[in-house]
Design a protein around this ligand. Structure first.
Ligand code: SF4
Length: 368
């Protein structure tokens, strides 16, 4: 057991493997240790990523109408959430949406489609989009997120220029059966391994705040470490009305920081993304979280709206970071962040859960 967080940071900087006991100590540390914890985790973050923040941009190619039953998902079978539902958007719309994010500073575009997994025709369709995107923006990274992959599909994606593949483990193997009955944890592990074997950079992460125990969280984080995930998105549950997890508010901002810090200590050199739900769960501590995480999604999520993209850029600049790959004057021109009215309860949402009504699949401009 370490004496303090700085001693743990020293150990992790010298290449130690985080033990379960140390992970639990980080996860259960008290609020009055919060700044010490962030300062220690920040040493790992800065050692590997300096003061850069990688900006990713989501394009939802196909929304809702999924036959799977993941309890946390607004796009699930039987979801009554009033989200946008549409089938594959056209390649030119995908390109236009991606371009909006790239112009705003994104160095990676994440092309996402709902569903258990793609058909070979779907993979061909996405391949065409990626080729068009790479032609116009040769420097941008493309991550595909299309569900469980079948034989040969990862190789096809790699061949058309896809750089990374996202498929989240979400939670522990033990808890997985409680959040989904239509596929298994092992299916998810296999897809990440398949993508990695095909030469795609594995992106796999978590959804926290679903009622998991500390032990579940540590299992899930260690599973991601064992899988060799190059980037780990940490999503904070957005409990959509009309889904089984509606009304589930279990996170505090300090708990979110402790979770991010545990991931950082376990995987010091991995891209850690504060992902969906950061506005409503980290609330005013988002800039502090940037000292642990080194990546975020700009603007909106798949089916809900994020804070204005310009506020994301302002937050990055205000906290003393720079957007990875950006021009120097990009950040300083960003306007100041807006504030949100917040109710009083301990696990209150920091921002309302607003269904996305702009960007992909709509006639309205995207948030970037
Ligand atoms: S497979 Fe994906 S889109 Fe479908 S319900 Fe699960 S998380 Fe949602």
């Amino acid at each position: 057991m370490f004496n303090n967080f700085q001693a743990l940071a020293d150990r992790q900087l010298s290449g130690a493997t985080l033990t379960r006991q140390d992970a639990l100590a980080v996860l259960t540390s008290s609020d009055d240790m919060m700044l010490d914890l962030v300062a220690a985790a920040a040493r790992l973050r800065r050692a590997h990523f300096a003061n850069t923040v990688k900006v990713n941009y989501l394009v939802n190619l196909k929304s809702g109408l999924c036959p799977e039953d993941c309890t946390y998902c607004s796009q699930r079978l039987g979801s009554a959430a009033q989200i946008l539902k549409y089938t594959w958007i056209k390649p030119e719309e995908a390109l236009a949406q991606a371009t909006t994010g790239i112009k705003a500073g994104a160095s990676r575009v994440c092309l996402v489609a709902s569903g258990k997994g793609p058909t070979d025709r779907d993979v061909d369709r996405v391949a065409g989009m990626v080729e068009g995107l790479k032609e116009q923006h040769p420097g941008v990274e493309v991550c595909a997120c299309l569900g469980i992959l079948k034989e040969g599909q990862a190789e096809k994606l790699k061949a058309c220029g896809v750089d990374a593949y996202n498929h989240n483990l979400n939670t522990s193997e033990e808890m997985y059966k409680e959040i989904c009955s239509t596929h298994e944890f092992a299916d998810r592990v296999r897809t990440v391994e398949h993508a990695k074997a095909a030469g795609l950079s594995p992106c796999s992460g978590l959804i926290v705040g679903m009622g998991e125990s500390d032990e579940d969280l540590i299992d899930a984080i260690f599973a991601l470490r064992d899988l060799g995930s190059d980037s780990i998105p940490v999503n904070f549950l957005m409990p959509f009305e009309g889904t089984p997890l509606e009304g589930t508010w279990l996170l505090t901002p300090a708990r979110c920081l402790r979770i991010l810090a545990t991931v950082r200590f376990a995987c010091p050199d991995v891209e850690i993304r504060m992902a969906g739900g950061r506005e409503m769960h980290l609330r005013t501590l988002q800039p502090l979280a940037l000292n642990i995480a080194n990546s975020l999604f700009l603007g909106d999520y798949l089916t809900s709206e994020g804070q204005p993209g310009q506020d994301d850029l302002a937050m990055i600049a205000d906290a003393g970071f720079t957007v990875l790959g950006s021009q120097p004057d990009n950040d300083s021109s960003a306007p100041a962040a807006t504030s949100h009215d917040m109710p009083d309860a301990e696990t209150r949402p920091g921002a309302p859960l607003t269904i996305r009504r702009r960007g992909a699949g709509t006639e309205f401009a995207a948030n970037a």
